[in-house]
Design a protein around this ligand. Structure first.
Ligand code: FHN
Length: 439
């Protein structure tokens, strides 16, 4: 009798686990693995939250936060006419900041497609006086300037009636209490097919919103294999704040460095084996928010980029453009200043791996072959002890001007004598290692 109970238990367990195993046995293609390598070298990207919600200047959750029913929210597109949108300007701002890719919201939780979708007229071409497809222009400009383009796509949808049963959000949108979730998934895959067919080669798809219905059968296998079939080199990532699912190609952490738990939604997150990315806002909002003046300083933003690299992760820094298509000056200035830093010190970030010394309050380390970059932010101490390195230090110098940095190798590690004047943002000491393991 007991073997029967065990068998039953096993069946129940497998049934419970089935939805989680998105693309069981997923073997990334060689193009995909090449893209992952590119991604890990890139280290710095722009996140763009832009949509009709930008009109209200109260962030991208205004429909939910203000309990705006669909019938009222549908008044917005008629007023959305971003005549000052200039794809070349956006891409140049990103590129000059040192960013290697752009991830833009093709559809956020309000369900509004910021592209020319034939699947639903709830989109920018059909419903706004603008009548043009900004993602088309952006895709062309990214190709022209050698910047990769990723599309953020929200699985959560507050507008579509077939997003039913409702999830944790979107219950005040005044939609009928009926709908077919499988039909919603067909709609979603149809729009993804448009995005993966009509905009050239993409860097990948950045999913968000799974957390609204974590128990639902999202048919992830079908969606992920569709993407890998249409564009094998495109990377799939999902901001579900959990351990990566098979079929995903990179893992993102929101407002936390990998493994960080400052944000409640990261309490269950686990670092997987995939390339990593951390996303963050410039102020406190993702979408344009006219009252949010919690701007991070350029120093803090550069240090975030460095800390992310020290934790082996990319930094995806967000801007929420205004409804006229302009990026607000506070963001443009900071990106310009970050560009001054990346153009001088970029070698200590791009193409590096995190470590060999783990991130510390004083800073972080990054590594490229036998060269280690020690990033010192703040310390009162005149010297710094680095725990044992993979091999002996041959030379130590400042990246800023090549000035030699005195050092002493001890059994407890290497002691660096720090310059009297630390750089206000990041004092970078370049260590060239012997390359053969130290005794
Ligand atoms: O709800 C979204 C939010 O609007 C924004 O898109 C961020 C970006 O990572 N993700 C969700 C919140 O976790």
């Amino acid at each position: 009798m007991t073997w029967l109970r065990w068998a039953l238990a096993l069946v129940v367990l497998l049934l419970f686990l089935a939805p989680l195993a998105a693309q069981p046995g997923y073997q990334p293609s060689s193009e995909n693995l090449k893209s992952r390598e590119w991604f890990e070298q890139a280290r710095f990207g722009t996140f763009i939250h832009w949509g009709i919600y930008s009109l209200l200047g109260d962030g991208e959750w205004v429909m939910q936060n203000k309990k705006i029913p669909v019938s009222d929210y549908e008044k917005l597109p008629a007023a959305f006419n971003p005549i000052d949108f200039n794809a070349a300007e956006w891409v140049s701002i990103a590129k000059n900041a040192g960013m290697k890719y752009i991830t833009i919201t093709s559809k956020h939780h309000d369900g509004f497609a910021m592209f020319d979708s034939k699947v639903s007229d709830w989109n920018i071409v059909a419903r706004t006086p603008y009548k043009k497809d900004p993602l088309k222009a952006l895709a062309e400009e990214c190709r022209r300037q050698g910047i990769k383009l990723f599309f953020y796509y929200s699985q959560l949808d507050w507008h579509n009636p077939d997003y039913f049963p409702r999830g944790n959000t979107g219950r005040d949108a005044g939609r009928p209490e009926q709908g077919s979730f499988p039909k919603y998934l067909d709609y979603m895959d149809a729009q993804l097919r448009e995005l993966l067919t009509n905009y050239g080669d993409l860097g990948g798809i950045w999913f968000d919103g799974w957390w609204d219905k974590p128990e639902a059968d999202w048919q992830l296998q079908r969606t992920y294999s569709l993407i890998h079939q249409l564009q094998p080199a495109a990377l799939v990532g999902s901001n579900h704040h959990r351990r990566p699912n098979p079929g995903e190609d990179f893992q993102m952490f929101e407002k936390d460095l990998p493994g960080g738990r400052t944000q409640g939604f990261n309490s269950d997150s686990e670092i997987g084996q995939l390339p990593l990315e951390t996303c963050e806002t410039m102020n406190g909002a993702w979408g344009f928010n006219i009252t949010d003046r919690r701007y991070k300083s350029t120093k803090d933003l550069v240090r975030y980029l460095v800390r992310a690299a020290g934790a082996n992760a990319n930094f995806l820094l967000n801007v929420g453009p205004m409804s006229n298509g302009k990026i607000q000056p506070e963001f443009v200035t900071r990106l310009k200043e970050m560009g001054a830093w990346t153009s001088q010190y970029g070698e200590s970030i791009y193409g590096t791996r995190g470590g060999p010394v783990a991130p510390h309050p004083w800073g972080a380390t990054t590594r490229k072959g036998d060269r280690v970059y020690v990033h010192v932010f703040d310390t009162q101490d005149p010297s710094l002890l680095l725990t044992p390195l993979p091999s002996a230090v041959r030379s130590a110098k400042l990246l800023r001007d090549g000035a030699a940095v005195p050092f002493k190798s001890t059994d407890f590690g290497v002691v660096l004598s720090l310059p009297k004047e630390l750089d206000p943002i990041d004092t970078i000491i370049v260590l060239d290692l012997e390359g053969k393991p130290s005794k």
